[in-house]
Design a protein around this ligand. Structure first.
Ligand SMILES: Cc1cc2nc3c(=O)[nH]c(=O)nc-3n(C[C@H](O)[C@H](O)[C@H](O)COP(=O)(O)O)c2cc1C
Length: 340
């Protein structure tokens, strides 16, 4: 079915197609039993799928990556499509519009996307209101970042306020300092900057009744030396895991013509071309930490086999974004069937 719908959707600019699909999902909230019917059609259960990771019971290891349900609008409907967890955001303290449009592009020949959305979102207050309005029946990750206008030396303040305001409404947190589309954000992937952020967040958590795991999302473009430092910081600072990886600024090995890439311009590349790089990062982290650090593997999962490769490489859980856009609503179910 999606094979028929996709060419029509792909005639539209990516953001318009995204909005349409989201409207359709949001509509399900108002149609009696629609979400339940979605769940019956799309979800997949098997006794081999549930995982306990970081103290959370995941019904299955396949989640939806950050950036799709940025504003926490359709997480329950996405959960009904089979995903074991949905990561909302990235959420910032104040609302922000992101970069000027167009800012999202398909590279169909490469089964990839390039985006420079710039963390457009409604801001933490509205997003918390959205969650309060629609009780989650799926595990929710809260991916948080800083506002573009906040200078890096004050980033920790954005992070701590957003974290505190969302604390009661999500099951785990992800610190996003690896988005390549926000000026200077990825410069926060240094030990000094990260220490300030993680110290404030773990301090706030100490005073909370419930324990929410905190993970750090890294770029696939980090040099090995920096990745080593980041891993050490995660282990020493009391963080609970790592999300590997965000999109890449590399354009290596693409089939898409140089002219088209030039016309598109800057942005993070996601999808099939990321897979091998992400797999090697996951293997590296897994080995370096003796398998003791929970890893959420994300980047380039375009087939059920890719998801299994990532779990075999040492990921405890996996997430998809671009694969979902290319493969459609049955994608989670297909992966779950394959890995079970
Ligand atoms: C349009 C778009 C928007 C994204 N927005 C975010 C974001 O706000 N925060 C974040 O941490 N990652 C964001 N990502 C990155 C994805 O979560 C994921 O790490 C990346 O796309 C690699 O996975 P994939 O190859 O399955 O797409 C975005 C990706 C895309 C394509």
């Amino acid at each position: 079915m999606y094979r028929i719908i996709r060419p029509l959707l792909f005639l539209l600019p990516p953001e318009t197609a995204h909005k349409l699909a989201f409207r359709a999902l949001a509509l399900m909230k108002y149609i009696p039993f629609a979400t339940r019917i979605l769940r019956m059609l799309f979800s997949y259960k098997s006794s081999s799928l549930p995982r306990q990771v970081m103290g959370i019971d995941f019904p299955n290891p396949v989640g939806l990556a950050a950036g799709l349900d940025k504003n926490a609008e359709v997480y329950n409907q996405l959960g009904a499509l089979g995903f074991g967890f949905v990561e909302i955001g990235s959420v910032t303290l104040a609302p922000q519009e992101g970069n000027p449009k167009p800012r999202s592009f398909r590279l169909v020949k490469d089964k990839a996307l390039i985006n420079r959305m710039g963390i457009n979102n409604y801001g933490v207050k509205q997003i918390v209101r959205n969650i309060q309005r629609d009780k989650p029946n799926v595990i929710i990750g809260g991916n948080i970042s800083k506002n573009t206008l906040t200078p890096n030396d004050l980033a920790y303040k954005d992070f701590e306020k957003t974290f505190a305001q969302m604390y009661d409404y999500v099951d785990y947190f992800v610190i996003n300092v690896s988005c390549p589309n926000v000026k200077d954000l990825s410069n926060l992937q240094t030990v000094d900057s990260l220490t300030a952020i993680t110290r404030h967040l773990t301090e706030i958590r100490r005073y909370c009744d419930l324990y929410r795991p905190i993970l750090l999302k890294v770029s696939p473009d980090l040099p090995t030396g920096t990745l080593d430092q980041v891993i050490e910081l995660i282990l020493l600072s009391g963080l609970d895991g790592i999300v590997a990886c965000n999109s890449t600024v590399s354009r290596e090995g693409l089939v898409t013509s140089g002219e088209k890439l030039e016309a598109i311009g800057e942005g993070g590349l996601s999808g099939a071309p990321l897979k091998e790089k992400v797999l090697s990062v996951i293997r590296y982290i897994h080995k370096k930490t003796d398998g003791n650090l929970p890893i959420i593997g994300v980047g380039g999962i375009m087939t059920p086999r890719d998801a299994k490769d990532m779990l075999d490489a040492g990921a405890s859980l996996v997430q998809v974004y671009t694969g979902f856009i290319y493969e459609g609503p049955f994608f989670a179910r297909k992966i779950l069937k394959y890995i079970s």
